[in-house]
Every structure is written in structure tokens, then in C-alpha cells.
Design a protein around this ligand. Structure first.
Ligand code: GLN
Length: 305
């Protein structure tokens, strides 16, 4: 495995120059576009790392998966599906349009910004700080890393420039999808997006999904198999936003990207994968990270389809 990923990293480095780092969150524009790294955590807990796997980046939209998992644990599916659909989208991850024009005003799915903000509002916790801690603890346990921290500079930058997310959240408050304080809710969303990780942390999170809710690292059961099944189904159909269909064809795995350049992919019953490549394609997915996953999937025959 180590030989394969070392080779694929070197082969796919050429792609980094075709992408761009995110700039709409000013702090993210400081990222190094040339990074490319990968970590794998297999179902037995074996770890393999290559390239810039140890570089730090922020989870961004990858945090939407554990947020959705917590919302699934804390609500019946009936209640949850009354507020959030599980429909793929052909629009960008922060699109406002579909909130008004489609699906009875529900966010289309929990892997785009509107749906994730709604999902966080439904996570158990008397205060928003409790909701944050509940999701943060889930992320730490899945990653197998108790020392994860919020990157304060990225958090501050997101909060200062997050007006698109404010628009989405206030709109959802006006239609009754959200019934709590919008600014406080967004504070939780921004902090979750700003959690600093490396590829190995993300591979750990994905490893729990691959293991149907059981951590490959310490054997603890973090959620049930039904929750894992739903989360992976939504990742497979919606996890790469409007690139999800192409990702299903080219990589064939439940995946979730973030504008920090990370991609998380779960290979059911086999392994979790975390990839970093901050140079993004036009849809906000890591360009070289995608190519790397595509070749790994072909070489190891990982597609679930
Ligand atoms: N924090 C980012 C935002 O709200 C997350 C989006 C992403 O990773 N696609 O815009």
C-alpha cells in the first residue's frame, strides 16, 4: 500500500497547478496550492501515509458529515426529513436559489451549506455551545485525536466574511426550518468548518464510516450501522456538491470535500481515506486530490458501483 500511494502522489502532483486555492474566505488564500497528501486508515486500524499528509488544513465542509451524523442520532428520520431533503443539487454549495424554488423550501441536502446549518440546529444541546461540543467530540473520537483545535484565524476570517451563510440561515429562519438564534448558530457552523486537521485525522473519520460506525482505531462503537448507511448514501449522492455525479463515475466512493482542500472518502468494509490538495476546481473540490483518488480507486478496484 505504501508503495502504491507514494507512487500515485508523485504521479498526480502535476495536477496541483490546474487548481486555485479558495479566496472567498481570505485566510484560506494563504494556503500552499502545491500540497498533495494522502492517508489511509484500513478497517483493522493500519495507517499508511504519503506526500504532504502531515500538513494542517481546516475541515470546512467535511465537518458536515459528523454534524449530520449527530443530527441523525438525535432525531427520528421522520423529524429530520421534515426539515432537510436528501436530493442532489446541480447548484453550488452555497446557492440560495433552491431554498425558495424547490422542495417545499427545505434545504436540498445536508452536504451543502444550507442543509448543514439546518442539521446543526437539530443536534441535541440546550445551548449552542453544547451542540458545538457534541459535534466536536464526535469528530475527535472519529479522528482518534483528542487534541484537535479550532484554527482561530480561519474561524475569525469566516465569521467576518460569512454573509452568504447568514443569508441562507436568515432565509431558513423566515421559513421555520431554523428556530434558534442565527448568529449563534452560524458561530457553531464557522467553528466546525475551522477545525484544524491533517490527512490522517480525516482518514480516521472516514474509517469509522467504512466500519459502519465502529472505530478501526480503538474498536468503540460511535454510531449504529443504519446511521453510517444513511451518511454514506448522502455522501455518495451529494458529498461533492454539483460534482457528485462525476465523482461517482470517476472515483465511485462516498466522498466529502471541503474548500480547505480536503477530501474524505470511505470504502465500505475496507478503509477510510483522507486527501489534501488545496488547489480547487471550479466547483470547490480538490483538483489533484480528486485525480489521486480516481487513480487509487482504479488501481485497487475500490468503486462501490
Ligand atoms: N466554510 C465554508 C463555507 O461556509 C465551507 C464550504 C465548503 O467547504 N464547501 O462557505
Amino acid at each position: 500500500m505504501k508503495e502504491i500511494i507514494d507512487r500515485l502522489i508523485e504521479k498526480n502532483r502535476k495536477w496541483v497547478k490546474y487548481g486555485q486555492v479558495a479566496t472567498y474566505i481570505p485566510e484560506l488564500s494563504k494556503q500552499d496550492p502545491n500540497l498533495l497528501g494522502i492517508s489511509i486508515c484500513d478497517i483493522k486500524g493500519n495507517k499508511f501515509n504519503a506526500g504532504d499528509w502531515n500538513a494542517t488544513f481546516t475541515l470546512q465542509s467535511i465537518a458536515k458529515v459528523p454534524s449530520f451524523i449527530c443530527a441523525l442520532q438525535d432525531n427520528t428520520l421522520e423529524v429530520l426529513s421534515g426539515k432537510i431533503s436528501v436530493a442532489p443539487t446541480a447548484d453550488g454549495f452555497n446557492s440560495i436559489e433552491n431554498l425558495e424554488t424547490k422542495n417545499e423550501k427545505k434545504p436540498l441536502n445536508p452536504m451543502i451549506n444550507s442543509g448543514a446549518i439546518a442539521a446543526i440546529s437539530m443536534v441535541r444541546g440546550k445551548t449552542l455551545e453544547e451542540k458545538f461540543q457534541r459535534i466536536f467530540q464526535m469528530i475527535k473520537k472519529m479522528a482518534g485525536n483528542e487534541n484537535l483545535k479550532v484554527n482561530e484565524a480561519v474561524y475569525k476570517s469566516e465569521k467576518e466574511t460569512g454573509d452568504r451563510n447568514r443569508s441562507l440561515a436568515y432565509y431558513m429562519k423566515s421559513t421555520g426550518i431554523i428556530d434558534i438564534n442565527v448568529e449563534d448558530l452560524l458561530d457553531v457552523y464557522f467553528r466546525l468548518c475551522s477545525i484544524a486537521v491533517n490527512c490522517q485525522d480525516v482518514a480516521g473519520v472516514a474509517g469509522v464510516l467504512a466500519g459502519d460506525g465502529k472505530s478501526p482505531l480503538d474498536g468503540s462503537v460511535l454510531f449504529d450501522a443504519q446511521t453510517a448507511k444513511i451518511a454514506k448514501a448522502v455522501m455518495a449522492t451529494c458529498g461533492m456538491y454539483d460534482g457528485s455525479g462525476e465523482f461517482a463515475v470517476e472515483v465511485g466512493l462516498p466522498g466529502k470535500s471541503g474548500v480547505g482542500g480536503g477530501i474524505m472518502a470511505a470504502v465500505p468494509k475496507r478503509m477510510g481515506i483522507g486527501v489534501l490538495g488545496p488547489a480547487l476546481d471550479r466547483k470547490g473540490n480538490s483538483l489533484a486530490g480528486w485525480k489521486l483518488l480516481q487513480e487509487l480507486s482504479e488501481e485497487l478496484n475500490l468503486s462501490i458501483f
